[in-house]
Design a protein around this ligand. Structure first.
Ligand SMILES: NC(=O)c1ccc[n+]([C@@H]2O[C@H](COP(=O)([O-])OP(=O)(O)OC[C@H]3O[C@@H](n4cnc5c(N)ncnc54)[C@H](OP(=O)(O)O)[C@@H]3O)[C@@H](O)[C@H]2O)c1
Length: 257
C-alpha cells in the first residue's frame, strides 16, 4: 500500500517499540510523519533518520502526552512545519506498577488515566477542528487485548485502556459526519521494551524464550501492529469506523496480555 501520499500523520510514542514500527510504515506508505517522543530524543532522531534514508519525510517532536501545555505547543509546531494533521495514531503508553486493587492508591489510577485516556482525548480535541476540514481524517488508538482479559494486578492499566476504547467508540459516532474515522487496535504481547518488561514480570522469560510457545511460533512484532494501522488509514478501510481489531493471533491460550 502506498496510498497515504499527501497525508500528515502524528504518531505519539513514535520513537520506540510499536510506535516506531507504525511511524516507519506510515512513512513507507507515503505519509509525512510527526514522530512524538517523551524523553528519548536520540531514539526519535534515529526513526526520523531511518525514514529520511528510505526517501520518506518525518520530523521529531518532544511532548509528554499527559502534559497539556507541551501537547498544545507541539501541535502548533507541527502545524507550522508540516500542515494539518489528518491521521493521529495515539500510541504512547506506559505500564502500571502491577499492584492489586487492595494495594493501589488513587494517584496510580490517575497517572495511567492521564497517559492513556485524558492526554489522548485532549490531543484529539485540539486536532479535531483541523481534521474536520480534511476530506478524510483518521484517529487510530492503540489499546490492548488486556481490556477483555482483566488479569489480576492490572486494574490501573486495564481501566485506562478500557476508558480510551469507550471514548474512541463514542468519538467514531460523533465525528463520522465530519469525515473522521476512529478505530481501535488492540495488541496482545508485542516484542518491545515494554513487552520485554511485561514478559519478565509475568513469566520470568524473555520474548525470545516465549516465541516458540506463541501462535505462529512467535510473539507479535511492532510491524504486525503497524500493518493493521496502515490498513485502517488506507483507502481500503474507507468505510470502517468504530471498529476494534485485536492483534494477538487469535489470543489468549498462551498469551500473557
Ligand atoms: N508491548 C506490549 O506488549 C503491548 C501490548 C499491548 C498494548 N501495548 C500498547 O502499545 C503502545 C506502545 O507500547 P510499546 O510496547 O511500544 O512501549 P515502549 O516500548 O515502552 O515505548 C513507549 C513509547 O511511548 C513513549 N511514551 C511513553 N510515555 C509517554 C508520554 N507520557 N508521552 C509521550 N510519549 C510517551 C516513549 O517515548 P520515550 O522513550 O521518549 O519515553 C516510547 O516512544 C502503548 O500504548 C502500550 O500500552 C503494548
Amino acid at each position: 500500500m502506498t496510498d497515504l501520499e499527501g497525508r500528515v500523520a502524528l504518531v505519539t510514542g513514535g520513537s520506540r517499540g510499536v510506535g516506531r514500527g507504525i511511524a516507519r510504515r506510515l512513512a513507507d506508505d507515503g505519509a509525512t510523519v510527526a514522530v512524538n517522543y517523551r524523553r528519548d530524543a536520540a531514539a526519535a532522531d534515529e526513526v526520523v533518520a531511518a525514514i529520511t534514508a528510505s526517501g520518506g519525510c518525518a520530523k521529531a517532536y518532544q511532548a509528554a502526552v499527559d502534559d497539556t501545555d507541551a501537547v498544545a505547543a507541539m501541535l502548533s509546531a507541527i502545524g507550522d512545519d508540516l500542515g494539518t494533521v489528518d491521521l493521529l495514531v495515539s500510541n504512547a503508553g506506559t505500564a502500571s506498577r502491577g499492584t492489586a486493587i487492595a494495594d493501589t492508591g488513587p494517584e496510580e489510577y490517575l497517572r495511567l488515566l492521564r497517559v492513556h485516556t485524558l492526554g489522548p482525548l485532549e490531543l484529539i480535541r485540539l486536532l479535531l477542528p483541523g481534521m474536520r476540514t480534511c476530506e478524510r481524517s483518521d484517529v487510530v488508538v492503540i489499546s490492548s487485548s488486556i481490556v477483555g482479559e482483566t488479569p489480576p494486578n492490572g486494574a490501573a492499566y486495564t481501566m485506562a485502556k478500557a476508558a480510551l476504547e469507550a471514548a474512541a467508540r463514542t468519538l467514531a459516532r460523533e465525528e463520522r459526519g465530519h469525515g473522521v474515522r476512529v478505530n481501535i487496535v488492540a495488541p496482545g504481547l508485542v516484542a518491545t521494551d515494554m513487552g520485554q518488561r511485561l514478559a519478565a514480570a509475568a513469566a520470568g522469560r524473555t520474548i525470545e524464550e516465549l516465541d516458540p510457545s506463541y501462535p505462529f511460533g512467535r510473539v507479535a512484532r511492532p510491524d504486525d501492529v503497524a500493518g493493521v494501522v496502515a490498513f485502517l488509514a488506507s483507502a481500503d478501510a474507507d468505510y470502517l469506523t468504530g471498529q476494534r481489531i485485536q492483534v494477538d493471533a487469535g489470543g489468549p491460550d498462551s498469551t500473557l496480555l
